[in-house]
Ligand binder design. Sequence first.
Ligand code: 16G
Ligand code: ZN
Length: 531
Amino acid sequence: MAQFEEVSKKSALHPKPTGLTLQYGTAGFRTTANHLDHVMFRMGLLATLRSKKTKSTIGVMVTASHNPEEDNGVKLIDPMGEMVTPAWEGYATQLANAEQEALCTVLKDIIEKEAIDMSEAASVVTGRDTRPSSENLSRAVLDGVSCLEGQSLDFGLVTTPQLHYMVLCSNTSGCYGTATTQGYYEKLSKAFIELTKNAPKRTDDQKRLLVDGANGIGALKMREMEAFLKSELQVELFNDGSSGKLNYLCGADYVKVQQKPPQGMHMGPGQRCCSFDGDADRIVYYYNDSAGRFHLLDGDKIATLISTYLKELLTQAGLNLQVAVVQTAYANGSSTQYLENVMKVTVCCTKTGVKHLHHAAQEFDIGVYFEANGHGTVLFSKKAEEKIQQLAKDPNASDEKKLSAKLLENTVNLINQATGDAISDMLLIEAVLAIRGMTVQEWDAIYTDLPNRQLKVKVADRRVIDTTDAERRAVTPAGLQDSIDALVKKYKQARAFVRPSGTEDVVRVYAEADTQENVDGLAHQVSLAVY
Ligand code: 16G
Ligand code: ZN
């Protein structure tokens, strides 16, 4: 077939370094940028096949998120804006690792296995972050798409969640929104402005927010968004990419892991601040108190704020919809306890990685999911959205109920349900704080985090550690979990687990206990047990 000849010919322009093997990990391929040209070309091929198979638009995002600027990566986005399914992750790995001469055979195998009709049309949308390598790499993706005669639309510089949004819009005939960045800004800003009308007394000072853009795409897109917000949010942007290096000493990952403010941010006492990561799908908040002490409000605090707000509105509206919060093993024990015992919401725990949380959240009327590292969003079931819409226009409903339904309706519109989105999450948090008249300190005081510590341990082969119970218990090697249990018993309010990283060649250790000194000791002892 002519298409395969074209693949053979073009793939020579994107040669695979012999012997190099890579794996489609938790968030796609990620490695040093100069090892990725062939992977990009091949992901263009695979996205085209996926599009033919699903008869839908598929997304390909070129980014390495919070990794250093020299790295890059790529991930595929499925029709409803979610991460590609596990079977296709497997194909992605096979295709990326096929030596040059075996490429067409692997491609044909996938076509056969999935019974793909090659005469189907295909449509692929692409996007990229601000890394210097991203432009050429995304061109390689487009080369792959054109080889198999797919249609492509390159959105160029966009945040990861913006591309997820484009995919979702493209496959829902515009019902979710208009598949342009303008459409994205208009949808979100309209909902935000409607919501903040319910907080008419907000002062300029309360509208002020310091944003660390991680010197990346989020900063660029925040600048574009600003014009749509009509001063209802007054953003002061730091690390906007004009001089600093991407993710270097800044960004959500740096702030969360180091537990300190990003470099280059001038924060006054009590000033509300937030950080995006390198592709703007993660956000964390923080402030310095009057004594100069740093306070971090991570994904768990965000999930608590949002689920409390939603639950209150549902009660006021008299709507019987179940709110659940999905967390991972990294969720601070205090947050889980608060959600279960005080808020009385259903809490469930999944393996690390957005796809697992997203999947679990789909099981509920309203599923709020957040990783402690700040990646998350809220999913509303069809039933929930319909009930909210009906009430908002019910002529017999009381004014109070109608107002709550309207607030819920705008909240739904403000949220990017395709994936966690730093810009959308930020606007939602700002709206919730405004409506509830809450300061960042009051939000922080909802519960107190248990002291915790994360460590990484280098081992010969991290795959010898296998886990169960949403990564909270180690099954192998034999005896490891018993040692952890014995160590945990020595401390108060303690918990610890180990898991192999899905993105780095290390084992991660997490521990919690009553004091920082104790938890540091526990984490250290657990890390010794891993060897
Ligand atoms: C990826 C995941 C993130 C997860 C992290 C864990 C996505 C989009 N990103 O960055 O959610 O927290 O991996 O990394 O799924 P680890 O396995 O190395 O700890
Ligand atoms: Zn990211």
